[in-house]
Every structure is written in structure tokens, then in C-alpha cells.
Design a protein around this ligand. Structure first.
Ligand SMILES: [Zn+2]
Length: 566
């Protein structure tokens, strides 16, 4: 295994930056993200690097006989987008995609159509539904039984923290009214105590353990398909918040076949001694000292520029929608969520990885979970005498206001998701209702982190939300849905400027992955990762950002997406 890793490292080594200029882009309007030279007209690419960024006159001089010349005709160019938190490989090519199936009719139609077109699949699985799809926000097996009875069906909610099974799946899993809730999970039941078919958090395993795993080629096809979509959205680098041994061969294969269209930084999972989230359990058996040794080997072997390790991921709580995000004060209607870790266990595990030089990403959504994450980071820095680890709070949707000033001095990154602030039906009808008005008024308020001077790196949490950075920027800037509701924005005092959102999707993402010296801005000597857009998003009306298009995506000097319009 070790030998194979070494060979792959050689294959993945950065191309030697030749002096020969392969391509120049002229007559652009460039936002570089580089404070020393914030704007430019032109740039030159040699190999996988930017060898010059400057004026048309300066760059034109660098062209040699066979240099390709691209006339941008005034188009807007930015550094390649970085998504700091998503989940590749994402929805399976062999599963039903329920993202955007907002009515019960559409939800059932997609499942019925998929079952019909995949007659040989033993299980029908899928993901991406939201609570607003169901009458009274109440998912139930009867909605699945109405369309598929001959095979088991299990479809997960868009956050992955809940799922619904049909009657056939419950029978295969051997679940009945006497089955008890597992630790950190709930089997939802009706008034007479029968399972409704909905499973929350770790209870999902009761069903998922019976679903046959995907084969390697299916995973590979999913990775390829979703890389294409990501490149079309302008992404050049992503941080994968859930590395799994299962999907790893797909990336190695894509690398060896020269088919990578994104730079990946992967975070394997750490788990508490007891319990843990279902998402985590799906990925990894509990932490052992062997894991640390293996994670170190991955980190020290894969150092980029395409495949890289160096961070590890833990889950401190669930989600607001499921009322499993850990809160200091109860939700409207009761309960205050489930912290998945004991503080002491968390402190010791964080300190162990911190000492070994890892960056730690802790999923923390509720104010209590965020507080616990900051306490653990503070403990590790003090105990180990370390600094500059750039530990991160993932999501950070509802920080206690008194905790905001702790981010900057601790050097903790707010890894937030721009589209979480989209006031869609789920946010308005479910999320907002369970928090009450006071907490809702500062939920997903990215401005709070900016005002506190924290480094804020934007992501999507895809497949929870689309990984389209332009939609993310639009959301952070307007706090409206792509349809323009509510007019004026949802708690508009939390809007941020376009340039701030752009930074969070470019150079702050590079910083969050320790790559600010090689990417994140259009700067001489950095990787040639850039995007050409259909409009200058800094000057158009913010409402138009949602319909702005990516025309060209370049990663490492190569086109990974080119629109027919370009
Ligand atoms: Zn996530």
C-alpha cells in the first residue's frame, strides 16, 4: 500500500512551471483578490501557473509564436471559487435525487419514476428532501408506500440527519413497535406508538445497515459527474468534509486517468467514545490510535496540489431543523438538542490531533456546540502550547453573541455556508419557528463573523444546498431566495457586501486550507485557477447575481468548463 501511495505522489506532483507562455488573457476586467494589486486587465499562463498579472501592454509582450491569445472583450474574471465545506461524492448516480422536490406530488413522482427506470436495483435509495414537502411537516412511510411496495425504499433528508423508510424496508430491517431508540437517535412514532418510518440521527443506522453498499465503479461515475457540475459552477478547489475509505479509490483512479477537475482537500472523521452522529457512523468506525497513524500517513503522503489531507472532522451536534443542534436554551416546544461529545473527551481528542499538527473541523451549529468547540480549541492550544492550527467551526449557525470575539484571538475560522441564509420554506416554516424570533434574528448572520474580525470561509455543504458559489454570494448579499423573496431580504441587517462574499469564496477558502500562498487570488506565481463570468458582480444590481453565468473555468491552466457562450 505504501509503495502504491509513493508512486501516486509522484504522479500528482505539480507540473514544472516553464517559462514558455502557453496562453494569455487580454482585455479583461479582473478582480484579483490580491490587496497589493486589486485589479488587472490581463494575465499570462505557463504550465499550471500564473506567470504574470497586469496591464494589456505588459502581458501582450510575453506572447511567443505559439502562445494562445484569448480576447476577453471586457469580461469579468476572478480567482477560481473555493468551496470550504461539501460532501463528495454526493448523490449516487444510482439513487433518486430529491433536491428541489418541494411538493408531495413531485417527491412521489420522482421516486416512482426512478423505481420504474431501475427495475433491477434491490433497494431504492435517495436523498435531498425537505420537511416542507410533507403535510404538517410530517414525513411518513405511507407517502412512500403509495408509490413503491415491492422493494424497500429509504430516502434521506437534505442534511442527512433524518431519513424515511417504507413498510418493506422496516420489515427487512426487522423493526417493530418494540424496537428501542438507540443512543443519540430517535425512531419517530405515531400517537399509538407505531414507527412512522422516520428515523433521526443515529437511529438511521437501523435501516442503513441493511442497504447493500455501492460498487466502486458507481462511486467513480458519481465523482466524475459531480466534478463536471462543480467545474461548471466555477469551482476549482473544494474541501471535502467527509473523507471515506469507501470512496477513496475513485479519486485515485480519477487522478491516475488525468480526469480530476477539482483540487480536493479531504477530512477524515473522528468520533467520540460513545454515541456520535449517524452521519459520522456511516463513514467510520470509532476512533482508535490506528486511525491517527493512518491519517498521518495520508496527510504526509498526499500533499497536493490535487489531492491533499491535513484536516480531520468531528460532529458536535445535529441540525436546527431536527432540533438536534445543541442549544443553551430550549427550542420552542421543548428540547435543547444533543451534544454528541462530552467536553472532556472532546478536549482530549482535539488536543491529541492538535499536537500532531492537524487542523480540526468541528461541526457545531447550536450556541452550546459552538461554545464547546471554542473551549476545546482553547484547551488544546494552552495544553500543547500550539498556535496557527487554523481550527474551524463548521456551520456555526447560531453562535452565542458573547462567543464571537473569541474567534479572532484563537485563530478559529468560521466555516459557514452562504445558502444556509436562504429564506426558503424550510427556513421560514421550520427553522425560524423552532428558534423563536430573538435567536432567528441572528441565525446565519455572516456579518457577525466579519464584524468580529474572524476569517470566514464560505462553502455549500452540498448536497445539502447546491454548490453554486454565485447563488451563495447572491444569498449572503441579499438574504432573499433566488425567486426574490422576501422583498428587501430576511433580517436584511445581516447582509454583507459582494466583495466580502467573493473573498469568503476565494482567498479565505485558500487560507482555510493552508493554500493562500499557491491559490485564492490572481497573483503572479500562484496556480492558474480562474473563472470568467458573464457580468461584473461588483457593479450589477445584487438581484442579478443569481442569474450571472460562469463562462469559463480554468484549473491549473486547463479548461475544466467552457460555456458555449464563451
Ligand atoms: Zn457538512
Amino acid at each position: 500500500m505504501k509503495h502504491l501511495l509513493c508512486i501516486l505522489t509522484l504522479l500528482l506532483a505539480p507540473a514544472f512551471a516553464a517559462d514558455h507562455v502557453d496562453r494569455i488573457f487580454l482585455n479583461g476586467k479582473m478582480w484579483t483578490g490580491d490587496d497589493a494589486h486589486p485589479t488587472a486587465e490581463a494575465l499570462a499562463i505557463a504550465g499550471d501557473k500564473l506567470v504574470a498579472v497586469g496591464t494589456n501592454a505588459d502581458i501582450r509582450k510575453l506572447a511567443v509564436a505559439d502562445t494562445a491569445i484569448v480576447d476577453l472583450r471586457g469580461r469579468f474574471v476572478i480567482p477560481g471559487f473555493q468551496d470550504s465545506h461539501l460532501h463528495f461524492p454526493g448523490p449516487s448516480v444510482n439513487g433518486v435525487n430529491l433536491v428541489g422536490a418541494d411538493t408531495l406530488e413531485e417527491f412521489q413522482k420522482r421516486i416512482a419514476d426512478f423505481a420504474k427506470s431501475h427495475p433491477n436495483l434491490p433497494w431504492i435509495v435517495g436523498s435531498g428532501w425537505g420537511y416542507a414537502t410533507f403535510p404538517n411537516q410530517s414525513p411518513d412511510k405511507k407517502y412512500l408506500d403509495a408509490v413503491v411496495t415491492d422493494r424497500p425504499v429509504y430516502v434521506t433528508e437534505r442534511d442527512g440527519h433524518m431519513g424515511i423508510a417504507n413498510t418493506k424496508a422496516l420489515a427487512i430491517a426487522g423493526l417493530d413497535r418494540n424496537t428501542a431508540d438507540p443512543p443519540n437517535g430517535h425512531i419517530m412514532r405515531d400517537a399509538s406508538g407505531n414507527a412512522t418510518g422516520e428515523f433521526k440521527e443515529s437511529a438511521q443506522r437501523l435501516v442503513e445497515d441493511h442497504i447493500p453498499p455501492e460498487n466502486d465503479d458507481d462511486v467513480y461515475q458519481s465523482v466524475l459527474a459531480h466534478m463536471d457540475e462543480a467545474a461548471a459552477a466555477g469551482l476549482t478547489s473544494v474541501q471535502n468534509a467527509s473523507w471515506t475509505p469507501k470512496s477513496w479509490p475513485a479519486y485515485l483512479r480519477a487522478a491516475s486517468e488525468g480526469r480530476l477537475k477539482l483540487r480536493f482537500r479531504f477530512a477524515p472523521i473522528i468520533l467520540p467514545k460513545e454515541g456520535g452522529s449517524p452521519t459520522a457512523h456511516k463513514l467510520k468506525t470509532p476512533l482508535t490510535t490506528d486511525d491517527l497513524a493512518y491519517y498521518k500517513e495520508l496527510r504526509d503522503t498526499f500533499r497536493g496540489p490535487y489531492l491533499q489531507f491535513g484536516a480531520i472532522k468531528g460532529f458536535l451536534d445535529g441540525t436546527i431543523d431536527a432540533k438536534t443542534a445543541a442549544m443553551f436554551d430550549p427550542y420552542v416546544g421543548g428540547g435543547s438538542g444533543i451534544p454528541f461529545w462530552e467536553q472532556d473527551d472532546l478536549n482530549q481528542t482535539v488536543a491529541l490531533y492538535d499536537r500532531e499538527g492537524f487542523q480540526i473541523m468541528l461541526h457545531a451549529i447550536g450556541d452550546k456546540a459552538i461554545h464547546m468547540a471554542l473551549d476545546a480549541y482553547e484547551y488544546a492550544a494552552k495544553t500543547n502550547g500550539t498556535s496557527g492550527r487554523r481550527h474551524r467551526v463548521e456551520h456555526g449557525e447560531l453562535p452565542k453573541l458573547a462567543d464571537l470575539p473569541r474567534f479572532k484571538p484563537l485563530g478559529v475560522i468560521a466555516s459557514t455556508q452562504a445558502m444556509f441564509a436562504s429564506p426558503d420554506p424550510t427556513a421560514l416554516q421550520n427553522f425560524a419557528v423552532v428558534l423563536g424570533p430573538e435567536r432567528t434574528s441572528h441565525a446565519d448572520a455572516f456579518k457577525l463573523y466579519d464584524d468580529a474580525g474572524a476569517v470566514q470561509a464560505f462553502g455549500s455543504d452540498w448536497p445539502v444546498y447546491p454548490f453554486t458559489p454565485l447563488l451563495g454570494i447572491y444569498t449572503a448579499v441579499t438574504r432573499m431566495t433566488p425567486q426574490g423573496t422576501p422583498a428587501g431580504g430576511w433580517y436584511p441587517e445581516n447582509r454583507i457586501p459582494v466583495e466580502a462574499a467573493l473573498r469568503h469564496f476565494t482567498r479565505d477558502g485558500a487560507y482555510a486550507s493552508f493554500a493562500e500562498n499557491i491559490r485564492g487570488t490572481l497573483t503572479q506565481g500562484k496556480m492558474a485557477d480562474l473563472v470568467v463570468l458573464s457580468a461584473d458582480i461588483l457593479t450589477i444590481a445584487p438581484e442579478q447575481i443569481a442569474t450571472t453565468r460562469v463562462l469559463l473555468t480554468v484549473m491549473g491552466g486547463k479548461d475544466t468548463y467552457r460555456s458555449p457562450e464563451f
